[in-house]
Design a binder for this molecule. Structure first.
Ligand code: ATP
Length: 445
């Protein structure tokens, strides 16, 4: 993890937040390449969910919802973690994570291990951030920052189903920020106070719920594989009965082998009719499906829920590689080309050659109209390649003497290092073609 953190910082993917004030725990800011990578992860998810299917619609609901939403959903009463305090060192720990935590005392490794440790019983601590809506602090209405995007979908079920005239099975997908007052130290961007979620609620006839649940577990696993995660680092773990949330009739985690060990990447839950029934009862608005012939039922819901930032971390961890090429070390991010922040770098071999620079800039201007590309004429060509390898740029385009003679350029592949010559006029089409080709990571499984 240290290597990923250091690369992210060095190349401006991710910075600790509020750094000039000493930082704020479990909060991060995303720099240029981080924004581009994160955006690509979201785009690929939305494309797979909405663009490539005809049964899922997009939604963007508010972060601050009516406070009753969270009463009805069960979050006010039950969205909490069990915490213990240590009377000796005054620290607070997740009671269900004690085995994985360090208490800071020596020689203790876990809270509770030394004779000084003096842990309280576990108490429930609500994870929602509260704030107030209204001009006057004292009289403002208390509201919450949403801890998940899902509830915004459930409360819009009737709007979407009626306007789009959909019959279950159909889904509603949403990407947006969520907030949780997490107290467990973060492990970089794995667990943060604010994060983005990509959630999809799939509404199905009750009798089909089990089948669709299995379908979505397979489908989501395939998505992570499609964008490069290695099979050996992915697994599906069904929850034991005693682990299930109160609303869940079945949950499976897609787990990834992060440097901190196997951990949840995405959760897929069969939520039954819990949410629609709760909101129907609390709001008085019937959230049900009514057919032409008067048939009516409350659909059951299958929910795949993935964190954007956690997904980005998994892609970074999986892509990270170090190797020696021509006796020089290089760090390379073997990211799926569709995820890579920059698709190609245009590099005039001799930065001082006006002719090469002119050609290179004109190719750069052509490419940047449709994709994210960089132009770099500073320093030795090997160093420029390495700078691009480190941010995962799949292709390097070099303008050299021969370009001036016959208008061809070399295209260098980040992973195989193979170089191919092609006419400058065909570069854009070639890169578009490569970008749409299926891709598997060259890293050993
Ligand atoms: P965990 O057990 O890791 O706390 P969870 O089971 O509470 O996660 P869900 O409520 O199922 O998580 O949220 C769906 C997804 O949102 C998770 O699989 C994860 O990818 C992401 N996620 C949840 N909490 C956080 C967080 N604090 N920071 C970053 N991503 C998060």
């Amino acid at each position: 993890m240290d290597k990923i953190v250091s690369l992210c910082r060095r190349r401006g993917f991710v910075f600790p937040s509020s750094e000039i004030y000493g930082g704020l725990g479990s909060s991060y800011d995303y720099g240029h390449y981080g924004v581009l990578l994160k955006d690509n992860v979201k785009q690929r998810w939305l494309a797979a969910m909405v663009q490539e299917r005809d049964d899922i619609l997009a939604l963007d609901s508010s972060i601050i919802l009516h406070p009753q939403v969270w009463e009805a959903s069960g979050h006010v009463g039950g969205f909490s973690d069990p915490l213990v305090d240590c009377r000796f060192c005054k620290r607070r720990y997740r009671a269900d994570h004690l085995d994985d935590l360090q208490c800071g005392q020596r020689p203790s490794k876990k809270p509770g291990e030394t004779s000084d440790c003096d842990l309280t019983d576990a108490r429930q601590f609500n994870l929602m951030f509260q704030t107030r809506v209204g001009a006057v602090e004292e009289t403002g209405v208390p509201v919450f920052l949403r801890p998940e995007t899902a509830q915004g979908i459930f409360i819009n079920f009737k709007n979407v189903a009626q306007i789009a005239r959909r019959t279950p099975p159909f889904g509603i997908a949403q990407i947006g920020k969520s907030f949780r007052n997490e107290i467990t130290p973060g492990n970089f961007i794995f667990r943060t106070l604010e994060f983005e979620q990509m959630e999809m609620e799939f509404f199905v006839p009750p009798a089909e719920a089990d089948e669709w649940y299995r379908y979505w577990v397979d489908e989501r696993l395939a998505w992570h594989r499609r964008f490069g995660l290695r099979d050996s680092h992915l697994r599906v773990r069904p929850h034991d009965a005693d682990e299930l949330s109160h609303y869940s009739r079945g949950t499976s985690d897609v787990e990834y082998l992060f440097p901190i060990g196997w951990s949840e990447l995405e959760g897929i839950a069969n939520r039954g009719d819990y949410d629609l029934t709760q909101h129907t009862n609390a709001s008085g608005t019937k959230l049900e499906w009514v057919g032409q012939d008067g048939e009516r039922y409350t659909p059951h819901v299958i929910e795949p829920a993935l964190g954007v930032n956690r997904s980005m971390l998994a892609f970074l961890v999986d892509a990270y590689d170090e190797e020696v090429v021509a006796e020089r070390e290089r760090t390379v991010l073997r990211l799926h080309p569709q995820l890579a922040p920059v698709k190609a770098a245009v590099l005039p071999l001799i930065g001082k050659s006006e002719d090469m620079v002119t050609k290179a800039r004109s190719l750069f201007d052509e490419l940047r109209r449709t994709m994210s590309v960089e132009y770099d004429d500073g320093g030795a060509i090997g160093r420029r390649y390495r700078r691009q390898d480190e941010i995962g740029t799949p292709w390097g385009l070099t303008i050299d003497e021969q370009t001036l003679a016959d208008d061809t350029v070399t295209i260098r592949d980040r992973d195989s290092l193979a170089q191919e010559r092609l006419p400058i006029g065909g570069v854009r089409a070639r890169i578009s073609e490569l970008l749409s080709t299926d891709w598997r990571t060259p890293k050993d499984d």
